[in-house]
Write a protein that binds this ligand. Structure first.
Ligand SMILES: NC(=O)c1ccc[n+]([C@@H]2O[C@H](COP(=O)([O-])OP(=O)(O)OC[C@H]3O[C@@H](n4cnc5c(N)ncnc54)[C@H](O)[C@@H]3O)[C@@H](O)[C@H]2O)c1
Ligand SMILES: O=C(O)[C@H](O)[C@H](O)COP(=O)(O)O
Length: 396
């Protein structure tokens, strides 16, 4: 059994060595001829699996992508050739949701935004959007939910896209990239509706670059500046035209990164495990390998929050009780989250290394990043401990 696996899929040997011969490849240079005699092909989002790539596949039984996005896969072509397919839905949802909260905390501190009285629109309520919605609810941040494929219930109200972007203080995108169907997302945010955004809006895109018309966004930012309006607070993890982002947009961003929101070790490794289980099922072999047996302990695996840590502290300055920032600079929750991982690290790498190296290099050489669940927190305050536990931390 010949198993072709992208070089950026972790733990592939640990999972697949017992099933067959693992052959690694570089995602953008895979050729049709490499698929001769291959039985299984596991890719990431940079490999376009289409008729051309599959043209010499003579024994391929399964194609898997260790991602949730499927816009790089021609599923109709796979089905025509009788090749089974699966993605890894939800594998990196927690990673992306943590990334967004991480970025939000940076913006809140940088601009002293009291997020407790702001509305955050989540565009796309799938695996990531729902995970993020849960975390924001735990943090007490009000949300506007937008997903035309979901119906409102007494507990959950969905709003339409224009309402969401016109009324939100923070907007975060979590849709797939689609260009057909009733609600395509290609250039969902574009020259026609950018004008609806609030003056002080924060915009986060960790979905697909093409969901926002990047040229129109740059033009809009320039027009805003000319008319004396405040800048958009901008977080871009994904870019139109990757691996060649619109360079002129970069200086206008507060936080930049090379499509790594889903790149926690847990997120990537869970993708491998999901594909492994699917391959085992297809081949009718027992799935004996388990991620929990390989995942290493985090570099910092235990932390103590002292007794007087208080998330929503009212500070008295000059005999006046100061404004309560849910995410104040000394907020222990923010400190804790930025101890596990700080999105500003990736912003620095992106800005400093993008010209010397490349977008793909930054992704390939991505430093290990762990999720909140990798850390055990010793917390003496029951209320804070419960909040941390709901966010995914282990409580001692
Ligand atoms: N930056 C990263 O590293 C990273 C990581 C993971 C996923 N992603 C991207 O994020 C996307 C979402 O991931 P997911 O796991 O939540 O996927 P998902 O399929 O679980 O959810 C997507 C949701 O978007 C909704 N949707 C579709 N069209 C919409 C529209 N026009 N307006 C609003 N909502 C719409 C769908 O109904 C669905 O609920 C992926 O498709 C992928 O492109 C990026
Ligand atoms: O769609 C996804 O799951 C994510 O965008 C994923 O993190 C992309 O990573 P890549 O496959 O490009 O390495």
């Amino acid at each position: 059994m010949r198993i072709l696996i992208d070089e950026n899929i972790p733990y592939a040997e640990a999972f697949f060595a017992d099933i067959g011969t693992v052959v690694r490849f570089s995602g953008r240079s895979l050729q049709a001829s490499d698929l001769v005699d291959a039985d299984v092909l596991l890719v990431r989002s940079i490999t376009k699996v289409n008729a051309s790539l599959l043209s010499q596949a003579n024994s391929l039984k399964f194609v898997g992508t260790a991602t949730i996005g499927e816009d790089h896969i021609d599923k109709a072509e796979l089905s025509k050739r009788g090749i089974a397919f699966s993605s890894a839905p939800g594998c990196n949802a927690n990673s992306v949701a943590e990334f967004v909260i991480n970025a939000l905390f940076v913006l809140a501190e940088k601009y002293q935004i009291d997020v407790s009285n702001k509305k955050m629109a989540i565009i796309g309520l799938g695996n990531i959007g729902q995970n993020l919605h849960h975390k924001l609810t735990v943090l007490g941040i009000e949300t506007l939910l937008c997903d035309p494929f979901k119906s409102s219930t007494p507990e959950k109200t969905y709003v339409d896209f224009e309402y969401a972007i016109a009324n939100a203080d923070i907007i975060t995108f979590h849709t797939p990239l689609t260009s057909t169907g009733t609600h395509p997302t290609h250039h969902l945010l574009n020259a026609n509706n950018l004008t609806l955004l609030k003056d002080n809006v924060c915009l986060i895109n960790a979905s697909r670059g093409e969901v926002i018309d990047n040229t129109a966004l740059l033009e809009h930012i320039t027009q805003r500046s000319l008319s004396g309006k405040p800048n958009i607070k901008l977080v871009l993890d994904v870019w139109e035209g990757e691996p060649n982002p619109l360079q002129a947009l970069i200086p206008h961003c507060d936080l930049t990164s090379a499509h790594i929101a889903g790149y926690s070790l847990e997120g990537k490794a869970t993708g491998t495990e999901m594909l492994y289980k699917n391959v085992c099922q297809l081949l009718n072999v027992a799935a004996t390998a388990q991620l929990k047996d390989f995942l290493p302990e985090a570099a910092i695996s235990s932390i103590t929050l002292n007794k007087d840590s208080n998330v929503n502290k009212h500070e008295t300055v000059n005999n006046e009780v100061s404004k309560t920032f849910t995410i104040a600079p000394n907020n222990p929750l923010k400190t804790l989250i930025h101890t596990v991982y700080d999105v500003r690290r990736d912003d620095s790498l992106f800005r400093n290394l993008l010209n010397e190296h490349s977008f793909d290099w930054l992704r390939k050489n991505y430093p290990i990043r762990r999720e909140w669940s990798s850390i055990s927190v010793n917390c003496q305050q029951p209320e804070l401990a419960e909040q941390l536990s709901s966010l995914g931390f282990h409580i001692k």
